[in-house]
Design a protein around this ligand. Structure first.
Ligand code: ATP
Ligand code: LTN
Length: 326
């Protein structure tokens, strides 16, 4: 039996190379080894205000980009979270088994709620429990995510163990899988902040950016006043550009440093632009093909949900039985 992998991505804003290098690329590369489920988490998206029409469009766009990045519907399931009601229902049940003290420690909530101030919703606070429900419904073994989601997967493990301790073995306890390189791609203007969908466009290279946009953003990227092109974590700007170069070329670090030995930052930025434009080109072309018929993505998503709904319903039925509901 193959191990079950589950991961999710929010249909908010535009997907960027941080999402790609930290998560999506790994999901696509290891597909044949695992039994994979990838979820477009629209219920997570509404934890902050969303324009309804935009949310619908973005949900299809994100799904299209996952297929374009090489996720094969024959090998992996891609579905939309709100298409399977069990996610919301299990969240409620898990809420009743999650201590407030655990939730108050979640750093992403603290950061995001600072930006939102008084408007911050109960849903944003509860976001990690919804994520736990996503993962636990499918008997997940491994959750491949970027660094920022590690704490949420750890909470999922704690909730599963607590529930199992009270009611007996019910949930499989998942492992978090973080890539060694690229787990935290930084912003281009401010390389001390992670590249993020919710930041300004100059910080971020989007998967659907044109070659001109990519060039302009890399050329403006913040570096430092030194000259040497080296992987040095004390120099976050140049180090981040080099990590992106490393991941798009697959070259080793010593080879990369040797290549830029007698060159400057402008050369690195030029070559980086070339490899990223070339790397994203085929993905962008596949995305255009896939979305030429707008109903195509919808039918793949409906098939995905139909295929795995029984797994979610079975877990939910077991949980309700254990708790004494119904
Ligand atoms: P937002 O900034 O709006 O919270 P996001 O850019 O973090 O969104 P998500 O949909 O939350 O995007 O994340 C999808 C996947 O991409 C997750 O596994 C997440 O850990 C990963 N990821 C997000 N940003 C980065 C980054 N800068 N570097 C590496 N991985 C990332
Ligand atoms: N919270 C995650 C997205 C997400 C997820 C999941 C990831 C929702 N449910 C389950 C892994 C497993 C994020 O913002 N990146």
């Amino acid at each position: 039996m193959k191990k079950r992998v589950f991961s999710g991505i929010q249909p908010t804003g535009d997907i960027h190379i941080g999402n790609y290098l930290g998560a999506i690329q790994h999901w696509a590369a290891s597909q044949s080894e695992f039994d994979n489920i990838f979820c477009v988490v629209d219920l997570h998206a509404i934890t902050v205000p969303q324009e309804p029409a935009v949310l619908k469009v973005k949900t299809r766009e994100v799904a299209g980009l996952l297929f374009a990045a090489g996720i094969d519907p024959e090998q992996s399931v891609i579905f939309v979270q709100s298409h399977i009601e069990a996610h919301a229902e299990l969240t409620w049940i898990l809420n009743c088994f999650t201590p407030m003290g655990w939730m108050r420690r979640m750093t992403q909530f603290k950061e995001k709620s600072l930006k939102q101030k008084a408007e911050v919703s109960v849903g944003l606070f509860d976001y990690p429990v919804l994520m736990a429900a996503d993962i636990l419904l499918y008997n997940t073994d491994a959750v491949p995510v970027g660094e920022d989601q590690k704490q949420h997967v750890e909470l999922t493990r704690d909730v599963a163990q607590r529930f199992n301790a009270i009611y007996g073995e019910t949930f499989r306890v998942p492992a978090v899988v973080i890539p060694e390189v690229g787990a935290r791609i930084m912003g281009l203007e401010d390389p001390t902040q992670k590249m993020s969908k919710s930041e300004s466009s100059g910080q971020t290279i989007y998967l659907l950016d044109s070659p001109d946009d990519i060039r302009a953003k890399f050329m403006r990227a913040t570096t430092d006043s030194l000259r040497e092109v080296r992987f040095d974590e004390a120099r976050p700007g140049i180090c981040n550009l080099l990590v992106i170069y490393e991941l798009f070329t697959g070259l080793g670090r010593t080879d990369i440093e040797a290549r830029f030995e007698r060159k400057g930052y402008a050369d690195l930025k030029r070559e980086l632009t070339e490899v990223v434009v070339a790397g994203l080109g085929p993905l962008q072309a596949r995305y255009r093909e896939l979305t030429a018929d707008p109903s195509h993505i919808d039918s793949l998503l409906a098939e995905g949900a139909a295929k795995i709904r029984p797994v979610a319903e079975k877990t939910l039925a077991l949980v309700k039985e254990r708790v004494g509901l119904g």
